[in-house]
Design a protein around this ligand. Sequence first.
Ligand code: GUN
Ligand code: FE
Length: 453
Amino acid sequence: MVTSPLPPKQLFFGRIAYTLSSRELFIHKRAAIGVDGFGIIAFLDDTVSSAEEAAEKYQFQDADVTLLSTSQFLFPGLIDTHIHASQYPNCGIGMDLPLLDWLYKYTFPLESSFSNLEFARDVYTTVVKTTLKHGTTTAAYFATLHLEATNLLSEICWKLGQRAFIGKVHWLSNAKADDQKVCMTTLAPNYYLEKSEEESLSSTRQSIEYIRKIDPQFSRISPIITPRFAPSCTASLLLELGNLAEKECLPIQTHLAENKRETELVKSLYPESSSYTDVYDKANILTKRTILAHAIHLDIEERDLIAKRGSGVSHCPASNCAISSGIARVKWLLEGGVKVGLGTDCSGGYSPSVLDAARQASQVSRLLPDPSKSRLSLAELLFLATLGGAQVCGIADRAGSFEPGKCWDAILVDIGEMDYWDDSSILQKWVFGGDDRHIKKVWVDGKLVHENL
Ligand code: GUN
Ligand code: FE
């Protein structure tokens, strides 16, 4: 039998930064990282003084060596915990309306076009290439309610090498007769709606099987159960989905308490629940691997319930500003023990960049009533963009930081003009002034998936 040789080991030497918690930002000026032939980090060592010394110490003499210049640094790949791949063509468009009107006027017409597979291929290829270029090594994607187009997105993520969670959206009308004015006319256009719970569940099962054929262990691309939000589901569909996630050991993503009118609507649609969060809890939707996008209008009981269930929040500050949703209290969530990561929420948000989401998170954190308590530090912002996101997606054992045993999901940043600045200033300049032009290389699972030289 002929066994194929392992890909070469890789050895990097230079400035290396990462977080290990929201309070711990490490910046090593001169350190070595070794990546084995399986794309796994073998060592990180800041005591060696050269690549040669590291190579000898770890028997990495046969590795491909990259020596970073003084204007470069390595950082863990960025994690987008909430992005609508299908809404990418609308980024920057339609920021004149709040959520429910925005969905009806701009979002559903666009999403309904994903019945056209050529259009879907074009948009999804652009989204994955663009987010990789911006350093997104993991993305949690909402697709649309179309099975074939969702399968295409899975195929494209697989081929282009991104780590991704891909969810076929569930979208039934939960409207009751007396809600029709609020709900049917503004929320559920008949051209973009699943016909029955059975159809909705069956196409999700098929999208799971499709991914299983491509990546049987769901090691890089994984299905994610995606009830759009409570108003687009019935209580029984939510429960079926909670049970399906448990049976298949799958993550879940949905929206929670983004907008005041939406939370009022949920109250009227689910009178038996004590809160919006309780609607999901009653349906077993709040798991350790559930991503709750926005989570703005919560009371303390809801926050504590989310923390108790171990679910995470995707903070989407650009979207929260653009469609006037409000300001999520990130420090308050973190202090309550809730996991938090960042989401671009394209196209509620206008930018596909997680770095931009970090910048916006910083800005809005200063606008809450007591900025001395709510302002996010540099370490917190960088944590949210990487390890925080990995915790929310349930992949902190694999991604989000540079610890031996984790996958080499990383970016090489070159911000230029570094000689004047200390290490912390370099990272601040990147967070507040950087963009995709500064991201020179991107790796996922040890493989180079984007290069901009
Ligand atoms: N709530 C339900 N659907 C959506 C969506 O597509 N975008 C945002 N921002 N919120 C939602
Ligand atoms: Fe969203």
